[in-house]
Design a protein around this ligand. Structure first.
Ligand code: FE
Length: 353
């Protein structure tokens, strides 16, 4: 009898010991694998395919997983504000200097101090306090039907408002940040009443009510809905490299004109990045910011999106190399956001939908 109890006792004790060792091992394994999985959470308002490829390359090189949270710049900033110290956001990425400045003003960013990053991005494309910096630039230019337009008759944004182009101008809607910033640049350069005159002239000359994005305007030129359009440079580049032969053909028949080369220069805007105020993974966030602006990251970006790189070491597509030396508006991009309310009112007054 005693032998029997002893045996049961031994089996129970060894089972408990085994279980304890097993549990201890499992718990530690869980903890250490969590420690090893490094992440960076990117709140991004950009919608370009190349960003995902760059993030994948970054993960390949560093082992840091990139989690994307998408939304409009306004939505993302609101969320970061609402979540406060508990926010998971590490990096904020947006298009438009006004949107980036809105994030700064909303108090959801902090200055970026990485020396590598600041070396990668020239001062002209940075917030004066380094709360955000550009990762790419683009110009808003005029394109025209090569077979129907004599480019000698067209050299400025203002020309598009003349009688000559009545019923021939194509541009997307007034709700586009691209148009708001363009008009804001005219307010800054010439004052509100001149800017309004310009918007009025464009609205008067439109060949149809605004519809679709920038690509749709190029397509409308091909379909002879209009002869001239306002669009961002990178859409021309992306269409020229499109897998769709129709898009490539459309671009072949388009002339590209950098406006106001004898006067105030072509309008510029940026895509940019900011460090979240309460970033939980600051080191990883800075590493990604450094990679995005490195010559490798910038080459990937410009080759994929056809935006202009901010880092001069990047290797641009041929098309961009040919465009590179054009006169740019001497406008402080950060400041354009403060005119957006005014621009919306102007668009409404002049009937630019
Ligand atoms: Fe775009």
């Amino acid at each position: 009898m005693k032998q029997w109890i002893k045996r049961v006792f031994l089996v129970v004790i060894s089972s408990i010991l085994f279980l304890m060792v097993y549990l201890f091992y499992e718990m530690n394994r869980g903890e250490s694998s969590e420690d090893k999985q490094q992440v960076v959470n990117v709140f991004t308002a950009r919608h370009y395919q190349i960003d995902n490829e760059i993030f994948r390359e970054f993960t390949k090189q560093t082992g840091i997983q990139v989690n994307e949270v998408k939304g409009t710049a306004e939505e993302l900033v609101e969320r970061m504000k609402r979540e406060g110290k508990g926010s998971s956001a590490d990096l904020f990425i947006a298009v438009d200097g006004g949107a980036l400045n809105f994030a700064k003003q909303s108090g959801v960013l902090q200055p970026i101090t990485s020396e590598i990053f600041l070396r990668n991005v020239p001062e002209e494309w940075r917030d004066p306090d380094n709360y955000w910096a550009g990762i790419a630039t683009r110009s808003r230019v005029i394109v025209y039907a090569k077979d129907r337009v004599n480019p000698d008759q067209l050299s400025t944004y203002e020309d598009l408002t003349s009688e000559l182009w009545k019923g021939k101008v194509l541009v997307r809607s007034a709700s586009s940040l691209y148009n708001q910033s363009l008009l804001a640049s005219f307010i800054e350069l010439y004052g509100e009443s001149e800017a309004e005159k310009w918007a009025e002239g464009i609205a008067r000359n439109l060949s149809r009510d605004p519809e679709g994005g920038d690509r749709a305007q190029a397509k409308a030129i091909a379909a002879k809905v209009g002869d001239v359009a306002i669009m961002n440079t990178y859409y021309i580049g992306q269409m020229s490299a499109s897998p769709d032969p129709e898009e490539r053909e459309i671009v072949e028949n388009l002339g590209v004109l950098f406006p106001n080369q004898q006067t105030t220069g072509a309008h510029m805007n940026i895509s940019g990045i900011g460090l979240a105020k309460h970033t939980p993974n600051k080191d990883n966030a800075l590493k990604l910011a450094e990679f995005l602006t490195s010559s490798e990251g910038q080459t990937m970006l410009t080759q994929g999106s056809y935006e202009f790189p901010v880092n001069g070491e990047a290797n641009m597509p041929e098309m961009l190399k040919n465009w590179k030396n054009f006169k740019q508006q001497p406008v402080d991009i950060a400041s354009l956001g403060r005119f957006h309310k005014q621009t919306k009112e102007i668009f409404e007054r002049v009937g630019w939908k």
